[in-house]
Design a protein around this ligand. Structure first.
Ligand SMILES: NC(=O)C1=CN([C@@H]2O[C@H](COP(=O)(O)OP(=O)(O)OC[C@H]3O[C@@H](n4cnc5c(N)ncnc54)[C@H](OP(=O)(O)O)[C@@H]3O)[C@@H](O)[C@H]2O)C=CC1
Ligand SMILES: O=C1O[C@H](COP(=O)(O)O)[C@@H](O)[C@H](O)[C@H]1O
Length: 506
Protein backbone atom coordinates (compact mmCIF):
# COMPACT_ATOMS: atom_id res chain seq x y z
CA UNK A 1 0.00 0.00 0.00
CA UNK A 2 1.20 3.56 -0.69
CA UNK A 3 2.94 5.53 1.94
CA UNK A 4 1.59 8.97 2.74
CA UNK A 5 4.24 11.60 2.69
CA UNK A 6 4.05 15.18 3.78
CA UNK A 7 7.07 17.20 2.96
CA UNK A 8 8.04 20.78 3.46
CA UNK A 9 10.53 21.85 0.86
CA UNK A 10 11.27 25.39 1.82
CA UNK A 11 14.27 27.56 2.39
CA UNK A 12 15.09 27.33 6.11
CA UNK A 13 13.34 30.16 7.85
CA UNK A 14 16.00 31.84 9.94
CA UNK A 15 14.35 33.94 12.57
CA UNK A 16 15.94 37.34 12.76
CA UNK A 17 17.12 38.00 16.26
CA UNK A 18 17.25 41.43 17.63
CA UNK A 19 21.00 42.03 17.84
CA UNK A 20 20.55 43.62 21.22
CA UNK A 21 19.69 40.13 22.57
CA UNK A 22 23.34 39.20 22.12
CA UNK A 23 25.79 41.14 24.25
CA UNK A 24 28.76 42.77 22.57
CA UNK A 25 31.79 40.70 23.47
CA UNK A 26 35.24 39.36 22.68
CA UNK A 27 35.52 35.83 21.31
CA UNK A 28 38.89 34.37 22.26
CA UNK A 29 39.68 31.28 20.21
CA UNK A 30 42.47 28.97 21.38
CA UNK A 31 43.40 26.60 18.53
CA UNK A 32 42.45 29.08 15.81
CA UNK A 33 44.94 27.54 13.37
CA UNK A 34 43.49 24.04 13.79
CA UNK A 35 41.14 21.81 11.87
CA UNK A 36 37.96 22.34 13.88
CA UNK A 37 38.25 26.12 13.69
CA UNK A 38 38.64 25.95 9.92
CA UNK A 39 35.88 23.42 9.25
CA UNK A 40 33.26 24.38 11.82
CA UNK A 41 33.90 27.45 13.96
CA UNK A 42 34.69 30.18 11.39
CA UNK A 43 31.87 29.09 9.05
CA UNK A 44 29.40 28.98 11.96
CA UNK A 45 30.37 32.50 13.09
CA UNK A 46 30.10 33.81 9.53
CA UNK A 47 26.65 32.29 9.02
CA UNK A 48 25.46 33.70 12.33
CA UNK A 49 26.81 37.08 11.25
CA UNK A 50 24.93 36.96 7.94
CA UNK A 51 21.78 35.86 9.79
CA UNK A 52 22.08 38.81 12.18
CA UNK A 53 22.80 36.60 15.16
CA UNK A 54 26.14 38.06 16.13
CA UNK A 55 26.35 40.95 18.58
CA UNK A 56 26.35 44.58 17.50
CA UNK A 57 30.08 44.85 18.26
CA UNK A 58 32.52 42.02 18.68
CA UNK A 59 36.09 41.05 18.04
CA UNK A 60 37.50 37.59 17.48
CA UNK A 61 41.01 36.93 18.73
CA UNK A 62 42.63 33.86 17.18
CA UNK A 63 45.48 32.11 19.00
CA UNK A 64 47.93 29.37 18.02
CA UNK A 65 51.65 28.75 18.10
CA UNK A 66 52.13 29.62 14.44
CA UNK A 67 53.77 32.97 13.80
CA UNK A 68 50.94 34.30 11.67
CA UNK A 69 50.17 37.95 10.99
CA UNK A 70 46.63 39.36 11.08
CA UNK A 71 46.75 39.34 7.28
CA UNK A 72 47.64 35.62 7.08
CA UNK A 73 44.95 34.79 9.63
CA UNK A 74 42.23 36.70 7.76
CA UNK A 75 43.27 35.01 4.52
CA UNK A 76 43.01 31.63 6.27
CA UNK A 77 39.56 32.49 7.62
CA UNK A 78 38.40 33.63 4.17
CA UNK A 79 39.57 30.31 2.67
CA UNK A 80 37.73 28.41 5.36
CA UNK A 81 34.52 30.30 4.55
CA UNK A 82 34.92 29.68 0.81
CA UNK A 83 35.24 25.95 1.41
CA UNK A 84 32.96 25.23 4.36
CA UNK A 85 30.38 27.97 4.80
CA UNK A 86 26.67 27.17 4.37
CA UNK A 87 25.97 30.65 3.01
CA UNK A 88 28.16 31.26 0.01
CA UNK A 89 30.84 33.81 0.76
CA UNK A 90 30.20 37.11 -0.97
CA UNK A 91 32.75 39.74 -1.83
CA UNK A 92 30.68 42.63 -0.55
CA UNK A 93 31.22 44.89 2.45
CA UNK A 94 29.45 42.44 4.80
CA UNK A 95 32.24 39.89 4.43
CA UNK A 96 34.88 42.61 4.85
CA UNK A 97 33.14 43.82 7.98
CA UNK A 98 33.13 40.26 9.33
CA UNK A 99 36.80 39.62 8.51
CA UNK A 100 37.81 42.96 10.02
CA UNK A 101 36.73 41.71 13.39
CA UNK A 102 39.43 38.97 13.30
CA UNK A 103 42.86 39.46 14.89
CA UNK A 104 45.63 37.01 15.51
CA UNK A 105 48.22 36.69 18.23
CA UNK A 106 50.83 33.91 18.39
CA UNK A 107 50.68 32.30 21.81
CA UNK A 108 52.14 29.10 23.17
CA UNK A 109 49.59 28.30 25.84
CA UNK A 110 52.27 26.93 28.14
CA UNK A 111 54.03 30.32 28.19
CA UNK A 112 52.61 32.15 31.23
CA UNK A 113 53.88 35.56 30.16
CA UNK A 114 52.07 35.39 26.84
CA UNK A 115 48.73 35.77 28.65
CA UNK A 116 49.62 39.26 29.86
CA UNK A 117 50.23 40.33 26.26
CA UNK A 118 46.92 38.73 25.37
CA UNK A 119 45.13 40.64 28.12
CA UNK A 120 46.63 43.93 26.83
CA UNK A 121 45.49 43.12 23.34
CA UNK A 122 41.94 42.27 24.41
CA UNK A 123 41.64 45.38 26.56
CA UNK A 124 42.85 47.52 23.66
CA UNK A 125 40.16 46.11 21.38
CA UNK A 126 37.50 46.43 24.07
CA UNK A 127 38.38 50.12 24.44
CA UNK A 128 38.56 50.79 20.70
CA UNK A 129 35.17 49.21 20.07
CA UNK A 130 33.70 50.34 23.35
CA UNK A 131 32.83 46.72 24.18
CA UNK A 132 32.02 45.75 27.78
CA UNK A 133 34.24 43.15 29.41
CA UNK A 134 32.29 40.15 28.15
CA UNK A 135 34.70 37.39 27.16
CA UNK A 136 33.94 34.04 25.62
CA UNK A 137 36.91 31.64 25.66
CA UNK A 138 36.65 28.80 23.15
CA UNK A 139 39.15 25.98 23.76
CA UNK A 140 39.54 24.22 20.42
CA UNK A 141 42.72 22.46 21.49
CA UNK A 142 43.81 19.04 22.74
CA UNK A 143 42.31 18.16 26.15
CA UNK A 144 45.80 18.02 27.68
CA UNK A 145 46.06 21.83 27.26
CA UNK A 146 42.80 22.71 28.98
CA UNK A 147 44.17 22.82 32.49
CA UNK A 148 47.10 25.11 31.68
CA UNK A 149 44.86 27.47 29.70
CA UNK A 150 42.14 27.83 32.30
CA UNK A 151 44.57 28.38 35.14
CA UNK A 152 46.40 31.01 33.10
CA UNK A 153 43.10 32.71 32.28
CA UNK A 154 42.61 33.09 36.02
CA UNK A 155 46.20 33.97 36.97
CA UNK A 156 46.67 36.58 34.26
CA UNK A 157 43.47 38.45 35.10
CA UNK A 158 41.88 37.57 31.73
CA UNK A 159 39.02 36.01 33.63
CA UNK A 160 38.47 38.93 36.01
CA UNK A 161 35.81 40.71 34.05
CA UNK A 162 33.27 43.41 34.83
CA UNK A 163 30.79 41.75 32.46
CA UNK A 164 30.49 38.00 31.96
CA UNK A 165 32.94 35.25 31.04
CA UNK A 166 32.12 31.91 29.45
CA UNK A 167 34.11 28.86 28.46
CA UNK A 168 33.30 26.60 25.53
CA UNK A 169 35.06 23.29 25.65
CA UNK A 170 35.22 20.50 23.10
CA UNK A 171 35.02 16.76 23.48
CA UNK A 172 36.54 14.48 24.62
CA UNK A 173 35.80 15.44 28.22
CA UNK A 174 38.12 12.98 29.94
CA UNK A 175 39.22 9.48 29.05
CA UNK A 176 37.41 7.72 31.89
CA UNK A 177 35.49 8.62 35.05
CA UNK A 178 38.55 9.59 37.07
CA UNK A 179 40.19 11.77 34.40
CA UNK A 180 36.86 13.49 33.71
CA UNK A 181 36.45 14.24 37.43
CA UNK A 182 40.01 15.56 37.63
CA UNK A 183 39.47 17.75 34.59
CA UNK A 184 36.25 19.11 35.97
CA UNK A 185 37.81 19.90 39.29
CA UNK A 186 40.50 21.93 37.54
CA UNK A 187 37.96 23.72 35.37
CA UNK A 188 35.83 24.58 38.32
CA UNK A 189 38.70 26.51 39.90
CA UNK A 190 38.53 28.97 37.00
CA UNK A 191 34.88 28.87 35.91
CA UNK A 192 31.52 28.34 37.58
CA UNK A 193 29.43 25.48 36.19
CA UNK A 194 27.00 28.07 34.80
CA UNK A 195 29.89 29.56 32.79
CA UNK A 196 30.98 26.26 31.20
CA UNK A 197 29.52 25.18 27.85
CA UNK A 198 30.55 21.58 27.05
CA UNK A 199 29.93 20.94 23.39
CA UNK A 200 28.23 17.75 22.28
CA UNK A 201 27.48 18.51 18.67
CA UNK A 202 24.65 15.95 18.59
CA UNK A 203 22.73 18.28 20.90
CA UNK A 204 22.96 20.93 18.17
CA UNK A 205 21.32 18.74 15.54
CA UNK A 206 17.88 20.14 14.66
CA UNK A 207 16.05 16.82 15.07
CA UNK A 208 17.61 16.21 18.49
CA UNK A 209 16.49 19.70 19.48
CA UNK A 210 13.09 18.77 18.08
CA UNK A 211 12.59 15.79 20.38
CA UNK A 212 11.21 17.87 23.17
CA UNK A 213 8.83 19.67 20.78
CA UNK A 214 7.70 16.41 19.22
CA UNK A 215 6.46 15.26 22.60
CA UNK A 216 5.41 18.64 23.97
CA UNK A 217 3.48 19.84 20.92
CA UNK A 218 1.79 16.51 20.22
CA UNK A 219 -0.44 15.42 23.09
CA UNK A 220 -0.91 12.02 21.46
CA UNK A 221 2.79 11.29 21.86
CA UNK A 222 2.88 12.86 25.29
CA UNK A 223 0.19 10.42 26.41
CA UNK A 224 1.97 7.42 24.95
CA UNK A 225 5.54 8.25 26.00
CA UNK A 226 5.89 5.62 28.70
CA UNK A 227 6.17 1.95 29.58
CA UNK A 228 2.45 1.36 29.23
CA UNK A 229 2.55 1.87 25.47
CA UNK A 230 6.16 1.61 24.37
CA UNK A 231 7.73 -1.80 23.84
CA UNK A 232 11.29 -0.73 23.20
CA UNK A 233 13.42 2.17 21.98
CA UNK A 234 16.29 1.81 19.51
CA UNK A 235 18.94 4.43 18.89
CA UNK A 236 21.35 3.86 16.01
CA UNK A 237 24.24 6.00 14.79
CA UNK A 238 25.91 4.16 11.95
CA UNK A 239 28.74 5.56 9.88
CA UNK A 240 30.32 4.44 6.62
CA UNK A 241 33.65 6.14 7.33
CA UNK A 242 36.43 4.23 9.04
CA UNK A 243 39.14 5.49 11.33
CA UNK A 244 40.21 8.11 8.71
CA UNK A 245 43.39 9.95 9.75
CA UNK A 246 42.60 9.82 13.48
CA UNK A 247 44.27 6.52 14.34
CA UNK A 248 46.17 7.94 17.32
CA UNK A 249 43.05 9.23 18.97
CA UNK A 250 40.54 6.62 17.87
CA UNK A 251 42.59 3.54 18.72
CA UNK A 252 42.72 4.80 22.32
CA UNK A 253 39.08 5.88 22.45
CA UNK A 254 37.04 3.28 20.55
CA UNK A 255 33.34 3.65 19.84
CA UNK A 256 32.56 3.43 23.55
CA UNK A 257 34.32 6.73 24.36
CA UNK A 258 34.00 8.36 20.96
CA UNK A 259 30.23 7.93 20.56
CA UNK A 260 28.53 6.07 23.44
CA UNK A 261 29.70 8.00 26.50
CA UNK A 262 28.60 11.30 24.96
CA UNK A 263 26.37 11.36 21.85
CA UNK A 264 24.45 8.11 22.33
CA UNK A 265 23.72 8.69 26.02
CA UNK A 266 22.74 12.29 25.29
CA UNK A 267 20.19 11.13 22.70
CA UNK A 268 18.94 8.55 25.17
CA UNK A 269 18.45 11.26 27.82
CA UNK A 270 16.68 13.54 25.37
CA UNK A 271 14.37 10.71 24.27
CA UNK A 272 13.55 9.31 27.68
CA UNK A 273 13.30 12.45 29.80
CA UNK A 274 9.90 13.56 31.01
CA UNK A 275 8.80 16.98 29.92
CA UNK A 276 9.40 19.47 32.69
CA UNK A 277 6.52 21.74 33.69
CA UNK A 278 8.52 24.72 32.48
CA UNK A 279 10.74 24.40 29.42
CA UNK A 280 13.80 26.01 30.91
CA UNK A 281 17.41 25.00 30.72
CA UNK A 282 17.51 24.21 34.44
CA UNK A 283 14.41 22.02 34.30
CA UNK A 284 15.45 20.16 31.17
CA UNK A 285 18.86 19.43 32.62
CA UNK A 286 17.23 18.25 35.83
CA UNK A 287 15.04 15.80 33.90
CA UNK A 288 18.05 14.53 31.93
CA UNK A 289 19.98 13.97 35.13
CA UNK A 290 17.06 11.98 36.55
CA UNK A 291 17.26 9.63 33.58
CA UNK A 292 20.96 9.05 34.13
CA UNK A 293 20.38 8.45 37.83
CA UNK A 294 17.77 5.82 36.98
CA UNK A 295 19.93 4.06 34.43
CA UNK A 296 20.55 0.57 35.78
CA UNK A 297 24.29 0.28 36.49
CA UNK A 298 26.17 -2.62 34.96
CA UNK A 299 28.56 -4.71 37.00
CA UNK A 300 31.77 -5.48 35.17
CA UNK A 301 30.86 -9.18 35.15
CA UNK A 302 27.48 -8.46 33.49
CA UNK A 303 28.86 -6.37 30.65
CA UNK A 304 29.21 -9.31 28.25
CA UNK A 305 25.47 -10.06 28.58
CA UNK A 306 24.32 -6.53 27.75
CA UNK A 307 27.04 -5.02 25.57
CA UNK A 308 28.29 -6.22 22.20
CA UNK A 309 31.64 -4.97 21.01
CA UNK A 310 32.80 -5.33 17.44
CA UNK A 311 35.62 -4.41 15.11
CA UNK A 312 35.29 -4.13 11.35
CA UNK A 313 37.08 -6.49 9.05
CA UNK A 314 37.51 -5.94 5.30
CA UNK A 315 34.37 -5.65 3.19
CA UNK A 316 32.52 -3.59 0.66
CA UNK A 317 30.60 -0.39 1.25
CA UNK A 318 28.32 0.87 -1.48
CA UNK A 319 30.32 -0.99 -4.13
CA UNK A 320 33.76 0.11 -2.87
CA UNK A 321 36.28 -2.19 -1.21
CA UNK A 322 37.08 -1.18 2.37
CA UNK A 323 40.07 -2.28 4.44
CA UNK A 324 39.65 -3.95 7.80
CA UNK A 325 40.39 -1.89 10.92
CA UNK A 326 43.71 -3.64 11.60
CA UNK A 327 44.92 -2.83 8.09
CA UNK A 328 44.19 0.91 8.46
CA UNK A 329 47.08 3.40 8.59
CA UNK A 330 48.37 3.83 12.12
CA UNK A 331 46.54 0.79 13.60
CA UNK A 332 48.56 -2.19 14.69
CA UNK A 333 47.72 -5.73 13.77
CA UNK A 334 46.80 -6.74 17.28
CA UNK A 335 44.50 -3.87 18.15
CA UNK A 336 41.46 -4.96 20.16
CA UNK A 337 39.81 -1.58 19.85
CA UNK A 338 36.04 -1.43 19.49
CA UNK A 339 34.73 0.19 16.31
CA UNK A 340 31.17 -0.97 17.05
CA UNK A 341 29.07 -1.08 20.19
CA UNK A 342 25.53 -2.29 20.76
CA UNK A 343 24.01 -2.28 24.22
CA UNK A 344 20.79 -2.86 26.10
CA UNK A 345 19.98 -0.36 28.83
CA UNK A 346 17.23 -0.24 31.42
CA UNK A 347 15.83 2.90 33.01
CA UNK A 348 14.46 1.85 36.37
CA UNK A 349 11.97 4.64 36.99
CA UNK A 350 8.18 4.81 37.05
CA UNK A 351 7.94 5.70 33.39
CA UNK A 352 10.30 3.23 31.75
CA UNK A 353 10.86 0.22 33.97
CA UNK A 354 10.71 -2.93 31.86
CA UNK A 355 11.26 -1.11 28.54
CA UNK A 356 14.61 -1.97 26.94
CA UNK A 357 16.54 0.86 25.31
CA UNK A 358 18.94 -0.45 22.68
CA UNK A 359 21.81 1.60 21.34
CA UNK A 360 24.06 0.77 18.42
CA UNK A 361 26.89 2.70 16.80
CA UNK A 362 29.80 1.82 14.57
CA UNK A 363 32.24 2.76 11.86
CA UNK A 364 32.31 1.21 8.39
CA UNK A 365 28.70 0.15 8.50
CA UNK A 366 26.25 -0.15 5.65
CA UNK A 367 24.94 3.40 5.72
CA UNK A 368 25.39 6.77 7.37
CA UNK A 369 22.33 7.21 9.51
CA UNK A 370 21.41 8.49 12.95
CA UNK A 371 17.94 7.42 13.94
CA UNK A 372 15.64 6.82 16.89
CA UNK A 373 13.00 4.13 16.52
CA UNK A 374 10.20 3.78 19.03
CA UNK A 375 8.30 0.53 18.81
CA UNK A 376 4.88 0.60 20.43
CA UNK A 377 3.37 -2.33 22.24
CA UNK A 378 1.21 -4.48 20.03
CA UNK A 379 -1.63 -6.07 21.99
CA UNK A 380 -3.44 -6.89 18.73
CA UNK A 381 -0.61 -9.01 17.47
CA UNK A 382 -2.43 -12.29 18.00
CA UNK A 383 -6.02 -11.02 17.78
CA UNK A 384 -6.44 -10.31 14.09
CA UNK A 385 -4.43 -13.10 12.65
CA UNK A 386 -6.55 -14.53 9.87
CA UNK A 387 -5.32 -15.85 6.55
CA UNK A 388 -1.72 -15.43 7.64
CA UNK A 389 -2.24 -11.78 8.41
CA UNK A 390 -0.01 -10.33 11.05
CA UNK A 391 -0.51 -6.94 12.58
CA UNK A 392 2.72 -4.97 12.62
CA UNK A 393 3.52 -2.80 15.59
CA UNK A 394 3.12 0.96 15.36
CA UNK A 395 6.54 2.43 14.91
CA UNK A 396 7.67 6.01 15.27
CA UNK A 397 10.94 6.73 13.48
CA UNK A 398 12.86 9.93 14.01
CA UNK A 399 15.64 10.39 11.49
CA UNK A 400 18.26 12.77 12.81
CA UNK A 401 20.82 12.74 10.02
CA UNK A 402 21.62 12.83 7.18
CA UNK A 403 17.84 12.83 6.59
CA UNK A 404 15.67 14.79 8.94
CA UNK A 405 12.25 13.25 9.15
CA UNK A 406 9.58 11.79 11.36
CA UNK A 407 7.44 8.87 10.28
CA UNK A 408 4.78 6.80 11.90
CA UNK A 409 3.89 3.30 10.82
CA UNK A 410 0.17 2.56 11.15
CA UNK A 411 -2.03 -0.35 10.03
CA UNK A 412 -4.75 0.11 7.40
CA UNK A 413 -7.02 -2.23 5.44
CA UNK A 414 -5.99 -2.39 1.82
CA UNK A 415 -9.05 -2.62 -0.47
CA UNK A 416 -6.79 -3.53 -3.36
CA UNK A 417 -5.51 -6.58 -1.52
CA UNK A 418 -8.63 -8.36 -0.21
CA UNK A 419 -8.99 -5.80 2.55
CA UNK A 420 -5.96 -7.22 4.29
CA UNK A 421 -4.50 -5.16 7.06
CA UNK A 422 -1.17 -3.76 5.97
CA UNK A 423 1.30 -1.28 7.41
CA UNK A 424 1.45 2.22 5.92
CA UNK A 425 3.83 4.99 6.79
CA UNK A 426 2.80 8.57 7.40
CA UNK A 427 5.93 10.61 7.01
CA UNK A 428 7.06 14.18 7.40
CA UNK A 429 10.35 14.98 5.80
CA UNK A 430 11.91 18.22 6.93
CA UNK A 431 13.89 18.24 3.69
CA UNK A 432 14.78 21.84 4.24
CA UNK A 433 17.42 23.60 2.27
CA UNK A 434 20.26 25.45 3.81
CA UNK A 435 19.56 24.40 7.40
CA UNK A 436 22.01 25.86 9.94
CA UNK A 437 24.65 23.43 11.14
CA UNK A 438 24.82 22.12 14.70
CA UNK A 439 27.74 24.46 15.44
CA UNK A 440 25.65 27.46 14.42
CA UNK A 441 22.86 26.58 16.81
CA UNK A 442 25.29 25.84 19.61
CA UNK A 443 27.44 28.94 19.14
CA UNK A 444 24.36 31.09 18.90
CA UNK A 445 23.12 29.63 22.20
CA UNK A 446 26.48 30.20 23.90
CA UNK A 447 26.58 33.80 22.67
CA UNK A 448 23.15 34.36 24.21
CA UNK A 449 24.10 32.52 27.39
CA UNK A 450 21.63 29.65 26.92
CA UNK A 451 23.21 26.36 28.14
CA UNK A 452 20.20 24.09 27.44
CA UNK A 453 21.85 22.15 24.64
CA UNK A 454 25.26 21.81 26.27
CA UNK A 455 26.23 18.92 28.50
CA UNK A 456 26.04 19.73 32.21
CA UNK A 457 28.72 18.19 34.43
CA UNK A 458 26.08 16.05 36.16
CA UNK A 459 25.22 14.38 32.86
CA UNK A 460 28.85 13.94 31.87
CA UNK A 461 29.83 12.43 35.21
CA UNK A 462 26.83 10.09 35.33
CA UNK A 463 27.57 8.98 31.74
CA UNK A 464 31.16 8.14 32.62
CA UNK A 465 29.93 6.34 35.73
CA UNK A 466 27.69 4.12 33.58
CA UNK A 467 30.42 3.53 30.99
CA UNK A 468 33.27 2.88 33.46
CA UNK A 469 32.56 -0.87 34.12
CA UNK A 470 32.37 -1.38 30.36
CA UNK A 471 35.81 0.21 29.92
CA UNK A 472 37.15 -2.07 32.64
CA UNK A 473 35.56 -5.19 31.15
CA UNK A 474 37.08 -4.33 27.75
CA UNK A 475 40.43 -3.64 29.35
CA UNK A 476 40.35 -7.04 31.06
CA UNK A 477 39.16 -8.58 27.82
CA UNK A 478 36.22 -10.40 29.39
CA UNK A 479 33.84 -9.31 26.60
CA UNK A 480 34.12 -11.03 23.20
CA UNK A 481 35.34 -8.84 20.34
CA UNK A 482 33.19 -9.77 17.33
CA UNK A 483 34.39 -9.10 13.83
CA UNK A 484 31.92 -7.68 11.30
CA UNK A 485 32.45 -7.12 7.62
CA UNK A 486 32.73 -3.49 6.54
CA UNK A 487 29.44 -2.59 4.86
CA UNK A 488 27.26 -4.62 7.26
CA UNK A 489 25.11 -3.49 10.16
CA UNK A 490 27.54 -4.93 12.71
CA UNK A 491 28.03 -8.38 14.21
CA UNK A 492 25.17 -10.88 14.53
CA UNK A 493 25.54 -10.72 18.28
CA UNK A 494 23.92 -7.28 18.08
CA UNK A 495 20.80 -8.83 16.55
CA UNK A 496 20.75 -11.56 19.17
CA UNK A 497 20.71 -8.92 21.88
CA UNK A 498 17.22 -7.88 20.72
CA UNK A 499 16.09 -11.41 19.95
CA UNK A 500 16.45 -12.19 23.65
CA UNK A 501 13.34 -10.01 24.16
CA UNK A 502 11.82 -11.13 20.83
CA UNK A 503 12.55 -7.81 19.14
CA UNK A 504 14.51 -6.89 16.06
CA UNK A 505 16.34 -3.78 14.85
CA UNK A 506 14.09 -1.71 12.63
N1 LIG B 1 38.46 18.44 14.15
C1 LIG B 1 37.26 17.97 14.47
O1 LIG B 1 36.43 17.67 13.61
C2 LIG B 1 36.87 17.82 15.89
C3 LIG B 1 37.69 18.21 16.92
N2 LIG B 1 37.27 18.11 18.21
C4 LIG B 1 38.12 18.55 19.32
O2 LIG B 1 38.50 19.89 19.11
C5 LIG B 1 39.81 20.11 19.60
C6 LIG B 1 40.68 20.67 18.47
O3 LIG B 1 40.73 19.73 17.43
P1 LIG B 1 41.41 20.04 16.03
O4 LIG B 1 41.15 21.42 15.58
O5 LIG B 1 41.00 18.91 15.15
O6 LIG B 1 42.96 19.88 16.38
P2 LIG B 1 44.21 20.37 15.51
O7 LIG B 1 45.34 19.48 15.87
O8 LIG B 1 43.87 20.55 14.09
O9 LIG B 1 44.50 21.82 16.11
C7 LIG B 1 45.08 22.01 17.37
C8 LIG B 1 45.19 23.48 17.64
O10 LIG B 1 45.82 23.62 18.90
C9 LIG B 1 46.89 24.55 18.78
N3 LIG B 1 47.95 24.22 19.72
C10 LIG B 1 48.52 23.02 19.95
N4 LIG B 1 49.47 23.14 20.91
C11 LIG B 1 49.48 24.42 21.28
C12 LIG B 1 50.23 25.17 22.23
N5 LIG B 1 51.17 24.61 23.00
N6 LIG B 1 49.97 26.49 22.35
C13 LIG B 1 49.03 27.06 21.59
N7 LIG B 1 48.27 26.43 20.68
C14 LIG B 1 48.51 25.12 20.54
C15 LIG B 1 47.36 24.39 17.36
O11 LIG B 1 48.03 25.57 16.98
P3 LIG B 1 49.44 25.54 16.23
O12 LIG B 1 49.44 24.35 15.34
O13 LIG B 1 49.50 26.85 15.51
O14 LIG B 1 50.40 25.44 17.34
C16 LIG B 1 46.03 24.24 16.63
O15 LIG B 1 45.47 25.49 16.40
C17 LIG B 1 40.28 18.76 20.14
O16 LIG B 1 39.97 18.71 21.50
C18 LIG B 1 39.42 17.76 19.41
O17 LIG B 1 39.22 16.59 20.16
C19 LIG B 1 36.02 17.63 18.52
C20 LIG B 1 35.17 17.21 17.54
C21 LIG B 1 35.52 17.24 16.15
O1 LIG C 1 32.04 13.17 17.58
C1 LIG C 1 32.13 12.43 16.62
O2 LIG C 1 31.13 12.38 15.73
C2 LIG C 1 31.35 11.92 14.41
C3 LIG C 1 29.97 11.64 13.82
O3 LIG C 1 29.27 12.84 13.79
P1 LIG C 1 28.11 13.07 12.72
O4 LIG C 1 27.62 14.44 13.01
O5 LIG C 1 28.74 12.91 11.36
O6 LIG C 1 27.10 11.99 12.95
C4 LIG C 1 32.20 10.69 14.38
O7 LIG C 1 32.56 10.38 13.04
C5 LIG C 1 33.48 10.94 15.15
O8 LIG C 1 34.24 9.75 15.20
C6 LIG C 1 33.17 11.41 16.55
O9 LIG C 1 34.38 11.85 17.17
Amino acid sequence: MNDVTVSRDTEYNVSVLNKSEVDSMTFVLFGATGDLAKRKIFPALYNLFLDNKMPQSFSIIGLGRREWSDFTFKKHVRESLSTFSRHEINDGPKTDEFLNSFHYSPLDVTDDEGYERLLDMIQRHEEELNIPENRLFYLSVAPSLIDVITSNITNSGLGSVKGWKRLIIEKPFGHDLKSAQDLNEKLSKAFEESEIYRIDHYLGKPMVQNLEALEFANPIFQALWNKQYIANVQITASETVGVEDRANYYDQAGAIRDMVQNHMLQILMMTAMQLPKRISSKDIRYEKKKIMESLRPLQKEEVASHVVRGQYGPGEIQGEFALGYKEEDGINNFSKNDTFIAARLWIDDNFWSGVPFYIRTGKRMKEKSTRIVIEFKNPLKDLYITQNEEISPNILTIDISPNESVSLQLNIKNPLNDNKIEPVTVAYSANQKNVPEAYEFLLSDALRGDPTFFAHWNEVELSWRWVQPILEAFEEDIVPLHSYPAGSMGPEAADQLLEEEEFQWW
